[in-house]
Write a protein that binds this ligand. Structure first.
Ligand SMILES: [Zn+2]
Length: 413
């Protein structure tokens, strides 16, 4: 809690990622504007179209370059935990240079139409300079992250972004070399290198040498089923990484300030429960208008009924007190992720979104570490029980509080 002042200048990377996506989408679309019908005499269309091949080559190279940038940008952002002002600006630097890419592409297309070799040499040199600038902007971005490991996620190796820097540096050198080759030897030579460079970046994506094990492959094959499903429904930034903590941290970005208010209330209920000798868990049911409709805390010890979980009580209360559409629009905030019994009850009565502070896996891990007996019920994520529920958590901001409660429940002070 001591870093509250610092965190005021820090932001969740979600907006920067969304903004970057929008810019990349626009820029990649602008490229196609260079593809125009050739000006030909009647009967000369085929020759005219074939004549435009340098334009197609430039389009392919630029498209591939931007596509690879998007992939790498996405890969980088899955590792970023927080954005500070410096990181925002270095990211904007990448966007500023990549937004330039359609310009040299158009210049190449235009000079190809005039067919003047001297102009073509200058055009590929211009393209090379922009390409090198773009790599340079990545170098700045990677260097910034390498110097600020506190902005990356815990599970990301602190040397990861330092190891990414050579890729960017190689790009600067190779683009400049391609430009020199185009200027001094032949523009076609530069164009071929322009096409090959994105391939290099595509093949070396996700890391220059050893990648952190949790990210290896970085894609579907080693993602959990639930994470895969979530990504399919929530878009590329919601969950690209396979590890549970990484997935959880990414989801944190969808937890709003309003959510946190309700989650804090759930944590307070958990504290009340612990203070009276019950399990340290609390939950709140909030309707679509944001009004708390029902809240409860664990009552296992005080009632002698091990099914008296607050989430289960909420499901039962909602079944008798809310219409089906009200239940579907309601959100359950809870200090700890639903157990399989409560997840099933929640799904059976048709309740909506769940936001939790600590995951079932986290809680099970803390209990295990303190030698507490294992739960008689399997530890499963909600998605494994009720695959269609929108679920968000953990809420990193409050995890430490819940952990302290869970530990106090096992080892009273
Ligand atoms: Zn439960």
């Amino acid at each position: 809690m001591g870093d509250r002042g610092r965190s005021a200048t820090r932001a969740d990377p979600g907006r920067a990622a969304a903004f970057s996506d929008a810019i990349i989408a626009i820029v990649i679309t602008l490229l196609v504007l260079d593809l125009r019908p050739p000006e030909t005499e009647p009967g000369g269309l085929l020759a005219g179209l074939l004549n435009e091949w340098p334009t197609y080559l430039a389009y392919a190279a630029s498209y591939a370059y931007l596509a690879v940038i998007w992939m790498n940008h996405k890969a980088a952002f899955t590792r970023i935990r927080e954005m500070d002002i410096g990181l925002q600006w270095t990211n904007l630097g990448i966007l500023a240079t990549l937004a330039l890419v359609p310009w040299p592409t158009a210049v190449i297309a235009e000079t190809a139409r005039t067919g003047n070799l001297a102009d073509e040499r200058v055009a590929v040199a211009l393209y090379a300079i922009i390409g090198a600038l773009l790599c340079l902007s990545w170098l700045v971005f990677f260097s910034y992250l390498a110097r600020h490991p506190d902005l990356t996620k815990e599970e990301v190796d602190d040397s990861y972004f330092a190891r990414e820097r050579p890729r960017a540096l190689i790009g600067v050198v190779l683009y400049l070399a391609a430009g020199a080759a185009g200027l001094l030897i032949h523009p076609l030579m530069a164009s071929v290198i322009f096409l090959l460079l994105p391939a290099f970046y595509a093949f070396t994506s996700h890391g220059f040498d050893q990648r952190p094990a949790v990210f290896r492959g970085g894609d579907r094959d080693d993602m959990s089923e639930a994470a895969a499903r979530r990504r399919a429904t929530e878009g590329p930034y919601s969950s690209c990484s396979p590890s549970e903590p990484a997935r959880a941290k990414l989801e944190r970005m969808t937890i709003s300030e309003t959510d946190l208010v309700h989650l804090r209330r759930a944590v307070e209920l958990a504290r009340d429960a612990l203070d009276t000798g019950d399990g340290p868990f609390g939950s709140v049911l909030v309707d679509a208008a944001g009004v708390e409709r029902f809240a409860d805390r664990n009552r296992e010890a005080t009632t002698g009924d091990p099914t008296r979980h607050p989430e289960f009580e909420i499901a039962r209360w909602a079944a008798t007190n809310l219409r089906a559409d009200e239940r579907a629009a309601a959100t359950v905030y809870t200090s700890g992720e639903h157990c399989p019994m409560c997840a099933a009850a929640h799904a059976w009565v048709g309740l909506g979104r769940i936001v939790y502070v600590a995951s079932a896996e986290q809680i099970a891990g803390w209990r295990r570490d303190l030698g507490a007996p294992a739960s008689p019920v399997s530890v499963l994520p909600i998605e494994a029980v009720a695959p269609n529920l929108p679920v968000e958590g953990p809420a990193e901001q409050l995890v430490a509080e819940v952990k302290a409660l869970v530990e106090r429940a096992i080892r009273p002070l």
